[in-house]
Design a protein around this ligand. Structure first.
Ligand SMILES: [Zn+2]
Length: 532
């Protein structure tokens, strides 16, 4: 131990992430590690002393669902996240990871098909494994990045892009790639059962892969099959069943209740509680905003998307396919084909000059102004942008969201997306909204409990032992915020707005946010499972 610390944070209330009551004290940072001093011990001389009277000093927040994996390579400061106090985020979510891709053409095609969700920034696609992607993050980005392995990536490598069943040999190929990726540091398996080709996987196939992830010390992170069965409880029953059959922890991501569901949020949360009563390790994350955000492509049935971006584009250019789509969508009811039914779909991320007029406008606006019907509008827009369009739509019912946020096994996944003029406000405001609205204004749960759900709970889910709590010797990921003023300012109409009340964020011992401004530092690391 040296006599002079790098940073001393004095005068604040330490909320250590375990859920224990806040207490006065000093947090000392030396190199990339921290130690704690009680309030009655004088702080050591430090290169930098941060006065935190009236502020909370907590472990940096851990985000269990981010679409930042590619865009951060182009914009390493990742300001929407670090300004919230996020110091670690999980990418490769929704089955859509950028590893492993042994074949470079497949990676390029995958990035094209997924660009309306994860973006397509101008960076070289020069990795082909978990190890080589994680090394791209080391000391090159402002926060720590952990990656899951998506079952779409595994399927593309083992089976191609088509809607075909996986035989034993294909499952074994996927298991081997997953095992290798986890040995290189991936934290688990993800699925996104609305997104082809991962959506073509059966329950059994997913259970086999989740089993492999569990054996390697990882977990199963799932965007469930929302179209399954009753479209209410059945999708989540399948997720829990996969965890049970695999003996792997099952983590339901962006878990929420939709107002259109036939029952309330209680029945959804009861599925989790009952599974836990049976001894199954089921957890979830949620984001506290009403607005969902994904790629516009999700509006097309999964059969249209078979074969990858090339065949998909050929298909939607074809009259016969469009007629079949018209019949299929028409059968879902009038709301599915009327212009009014699409007023809720806000479009973004256009690049074709002819389409820039549609940025932040709704699908209904485009249909009205062009006089085209739903199918022609969707297909023409997607073709003219090489599929790269994002959408913001209504999602969680905020009334029910409070129950998810307060549940002891609920954590935070921002589901942050970074493209387009107006992404969902969840990208900029999820963590501060919980602290400002749910904790301070509505007193739904304590500040210590909120911090636990944002730090030690997700660290445990990810198998991180040296992050997520403030204790002697832990890695120094730290946030300092004002509990009296912290709040989100991001809204549906003005989503790109930073929160207030979060003055300091430290990643691996380096100041990334100082005085509420980004320092330009990029001390983040690729997280390797078991090695933090
Ligand atoms: Zn997502």
């Amino acid at each position: 131990m040296t006599d002079t610390a790098d940073i001393a944070i004095v005068g604040g209330t330490i909320v250590d992430g375990t859920g224990a009551p806040g207490r006065p004290g000093t947090v000392v940072v030396e190199g990339d590690r921290l130690r704690l001093l009680p309030a009655n011990v004088p702080a050591p001389p430090a290169g930098r002393t941060i006065e935190a009277t009236g502020q909370v000093v907590a472990p940096g927040f851990i985000d269990l669902h981010s679409h930042g994996g590619l865009v951060i390579l182009d914009d390493p400061l990742h300001e929407p996240k670090v300004r919230q106090g996020v110091t670690t985020e999980v990418v490769g979510v929704d089955g859509n990871s950028f590893v492993p891709f042994p074949n470079r053409d497949d990676l390029d095609a995958f990035i094209e098909m997924d660009a309306g969700l994860d973006g397509d920034p101008p960076v070289a696609h020069d990795w082909n494994s978990v190890a080589s992607l994680l090394s791209r993050y080391d000391n090159n980005v402002s926060l720590n990045v952990a990656t899951l392995i998506g079952n779409s990536a595994l399927r593309i490598a083992a089976l191609g892009w088509d809607d075909v069943p996986a035989d034993d040999a294909a499952v074994n190929r996927m298991r081997a790639m997953l095992r290798e990726g986890m040995e290189e540091g991936a934290v688990g398996l993800s699925s996104g059962l609305d997104y082809p080709p991962g959506a073509y996987a059966t329950t059994e196939e997913l259970a086999a892969l989740a089993d492999e992830a569990g054996r390697a010390g990882g977990f199963y992170h799932t965007h469930v099959r929302y179209t399954l069965g009753d479209r209410y409880l059945d999708p989540f029953r399948e997720a829990i069943e996969i965890g049970r059959r695999a003996s792997a922890p099952a983590h339901i991501t962006h878990f929420y209740h939709r107002e259109t569901y036939p029952g309330g949020p209680e029945a959804l949360l009861e599925l989790v509680d009952r599974a836990r009563d049976r001894g199954e390790d089921v957890t979830f994350d949620s984001y506290p905003y009403e607005w969902a955000n994904t790629r516009l492509l999700i509006q097309l049935p999964i059969w249209v998307q078979a074969g990858g971006p090339g065949p998909l584009k050929e298909r939607i250019a074809d009259r016969t396919t469009r007629d079949r789509l018209r019949a299929e969508l028409g059968a879902r009811g009038a709301a599915y084909t009327s212009t009014a039914g699409w007023a809720d779909v806000r479009l973004g991320a256009f690049r074709n000059p002819a389409n820039l007029q549609w940025e932040s406008r709704t699908l209904a606006d485009v249909m009205r102004q062009t006089g085209r019907d739903l199918v022609d509008t969707l297909c023409d827009l997607l073709l003219s942008e090489d599929l790269r369009i994002s959408q913001v739509t209504s999602g969680p019912w905020l009334g029910g969201m409070r129950q998810f946020a307060a549940h002891p096994h609920g954590m935070v996944g921002t589901d942050s997306t970074f493209i387009g003029e107006k992404p969902s406000p969840r990208t900029y405001g999820s963590f501060p909204r919980i602290l400002g609205q749910f904790v301070r204004e509505e007193a739904l749960f304590s500040l210590e409990e909120a911090v636990r759900k944002m730090t030690s709970a997700p660290a445990a889910r990810l198998g991180l032992e040296e992050r997520g709590t403030l204790r002697d010797g832990a890695l120094a990921d730290i946030v300092v915020f004002d509990p009296a003023t912290v709040r989100s300012t991001a809204t549906y109409d003005e989503p790109r707005s930073y929160p207030v009340g979060i003055e300091t964020a430290i990643v691996n011992g380096a100041l990334v946010v100082d005085g509420g401004e980004h320092t330009g530092a990029t001390p983040g690391r690729g997280i390797r499972l078991g090695r933090d």
